[in-house]
Design a protein around this ligand. Structure first.
Ligand SMILES: Nc1nc2c(ncn2[C@@H]2O[C@H](COP(=O)(O)OP(=O)(O)OP(=O)(O)O)[C@@H](O)[C@H]2O)c(=O)[nH]1
Ligand SMILES: [Mg+2]
Length: 333
């Protein structure tokens, strides 16, 4: 199973333009633009949901639990005149564990490398110390254009939105940040999502496409599968448990002795938690919760891979993995 798994249905590499000529990918570069825009912001700000909305397909998992995203996820938007590569990042937060520190490091490395920074601030929450902390750091990155993105606009009325836009403008003035744009969007309602892409693209450098036409992400399949399982496992768990869950796909193998028209993919995955006491919650009474997680994620995995799947989930304890460098390494951090 390789990377570059998720491709758009609409475009194939051999696609021809309407007049029968070669597709735009084969034409001279002209003023084609290509580059990277990262989304940063507090946990739960809506970065991953926005990434998915722009890409038009789920490349990053989302949840209403903070710190859902734990690695950078690239999502690719293809336009005739541009390739916009979005880099979704973990929410920047006050770290309480080694994992938290690692996640923050990932964010800082990312924003130092991209062509544009998109700073996500939810419309339904007043600018708080967490946002201010991030904005201060962004102010120190002088050369990269910064776009302020007001997310979740569907949750507020126009008056509250106007106030938020003014507050963000003032925050910029106060910290010496010149916002290239301030854009309100609703990812769940698809409002102004295309406009955001239109505004990000002119901020990218000129150059040819960086990814093959039609690729929507470069996430390895194994990682996407693990993430879909984690997303399902996050649903309905509370308090510290969301942070404690990690998922690793150990093996993905086509079942042998299956007829060609009835393939089955065996997937073995481990759901890690931090303490033995958490095991019961994840598994649920008579194993019901784990079964639900398996069923829910299996459907999504089958849709992603386009093949029937047998999903074998095991719950294991990796004691205090969020604070243990050795365990973190094992879990891919
Ligand atoms: N109403 C509404 N809810 C949204 C919107 N965008 C995101 N959400 C919700 O906000 C919650 C957090 O969304 P995510 O996209 O996972 O947030 P994130 O910024 O990626 O969070 P981390 O990965 O934890 O940093 C989820 O419950 C989303 O459904 C939106 O445009 N409108
Ligand atoms: Mg996220």
């Amino acid at each position: 199973m390789g990377a570059m798994s998720v491709r758009s249905q609409s475009s194939a590499p051999s696609e021809k333009s309407e007049d029968g000529g070669p597709s735009h990918a084969l034409e001279a570069v002209g003023d084609h633009r290509a580059g990277f825009a990262c989304f940063v912001g507090r946990p739960n700000a809506g970065k991953s949901t926005l990434t998915n909305a722009l890409v038009g397909q789920k490349v990053a998992i989302t949840s209403n639990r903070p710190q859902t995203t734990r690695h950078t996820v690239r999502g690719i938007v293809h336009r005739p005149d541009a390739q916009l590569i979005l880099v979704d990042t973990p929410g920047l937060h006050k770290p309480r564990t080694l994992l938290g520190e690692r996640l923050n490091d990932v964010v800082r490395t990312t924003w130092a490398e991209v062509d544009v920074i998109g700073f996500c601030l939810p419309a339904d929450q007043k600018i708080g110390p967490g946002d201010r902390f991030i904005a201060k750091e962004l102010a120190g990155i002088r050369k990269t254009p910064k776009v302020a993105i007001v997310t979740k606009t569907d949750l507020v009325d126009s008056k509250a939105l106007a106030e938020q836009l003014i507050a963000i403008d003032q925050l910029g003035t106060e910290l010496g940040i010149t916002w290239a744009e301030i854009v309100p969007v609703s990812a769940t309602k698809g409002k102004q999502v295309d406009l955001l892409a239109d505004l990000l693209i002119p901020l990218l450098p000129e150059g040819p496409a960086l990814y093959p036409e039609g690729d929507l992400t470069d996430e390895p399949e194994q990682v996407m599968v693990a993430e879909l399982i984690r997303e399902a496992a996050l649903e309905g768990v509370r308090d510290e448990l969301p942070h404690s869950i990690a998922v690793v796909v150990e093996e993905m193998l086509p079942r042998e002795d299956r007829p060609a028209d009835k393939p089955l993919l065996d997937i073995h995955a481990n759901v890690f938690i931090e303490r033995p006491s958490q095991k019961g919650i994840i598994i649920g009474p008579k194993g019901k919760r784990l079964k639900d997680v398996g069923m829910k994620s299996r459907k999504q995995i089958e849709a992603l891979l386009g093949t029937p799947v047998f999903l074998d989930l095991h719950v294991k304890v990796a004691k205090d993995w969020q604070r243990d460098p050795k365990q973190l390494r094992r879990l891919g951090f």
